[in-house]
Design a protein around this ligand. Sequence first.
Ligand code: ATP
Ligand code: ZN
Length: 287
Amino acid sequence: MKNERLRIAIQKSGRLTEKSMQLLSNCGIELRNGKRKLLSPATNFPLEIYFLRDDDIPQYVEDGVADVGILGENVLLEEQARVDTLLPLGFAQCRLSLAIPKNETYTGLDYWNGKKIATTYSNILKEYLTKHGISAEIHAISGSVEIAPSIGLAAGICDLVSSGSTLLSNGLKEVEVLLKSQAVLIGNPKLSAIKQQILEKLIFRIRSKQAAAKNKYILLNAPNHKLDEICALLPGMKSPSILPLKDKGWSSLHSVVQETAFWERIDALKMAGAEGILVIPIEKMIV
Ligand code: ATP
Ligand code: ZN
């Protein structure tokens, strides 16, 4: 079909929503109506956006109601859907951890034998306990997991943690990490050829943006006799560009550098005689 559009499911309202919308907008994709209806077509890309609860996304993608989706790996693993994981997206980092009241002494995994654990992640927890030969009772609840120990519902919890402040304010401490999670792009394994092409375009744009975010464009001035030394410190995309300055014996050097590498080398660059260093963000980087 000529007018085929790729249908992407994102979280309707929650921690992933803003970043997911931002990701699409960073790829130059504009939505027709800013308001979140269930379905929103893009104006300038063959894409339709479904706004759903994150827990429903794996099933929608598996059933082919949506073609691709953005969600936390934690939900993907819990729901055990038959979908492909296409790309890590680098946001919504968190971990799924076991936690106990902070005054308890933790003795290692054996601690959990014969104990009750409250969680909304029964499948992942069950697998983890089985793998480690622990026999604990899983108490599946649908929310407010962190209050379970204080009301006597369970000895500990298995829940998502990012900064740890929610645990702390509920008198709990993290004792085991079951998995580290971030947002990922998932896809139905059987897309039509046209949808596959649209998906490849989308992934290409996301990758260009991810590469741009990791790199900076850097400009600096240097005395000509120091150029070789400075170039050796800047492993750029290709070789750096060098332009003569009006001041005799000086040049302006331009290069693209990974941000982490830049910070590691800033002192060495200055020592080598670099001056007037400018670091500029890159909008897109075609890789
Ligand atoms: P929904 O109403 O869509 O079911 P939800 O309440 O299940 O939403 P959110 O709390 O919005 O989900 O979290 C969505 C995802 O954000 C989580 O599945 C996880 O991948 C990620 N996340 C990152 N940090 C945290 C955190 N500290 N606590 C919970 N989730 C986090
Ligand atoms: Zn949810």
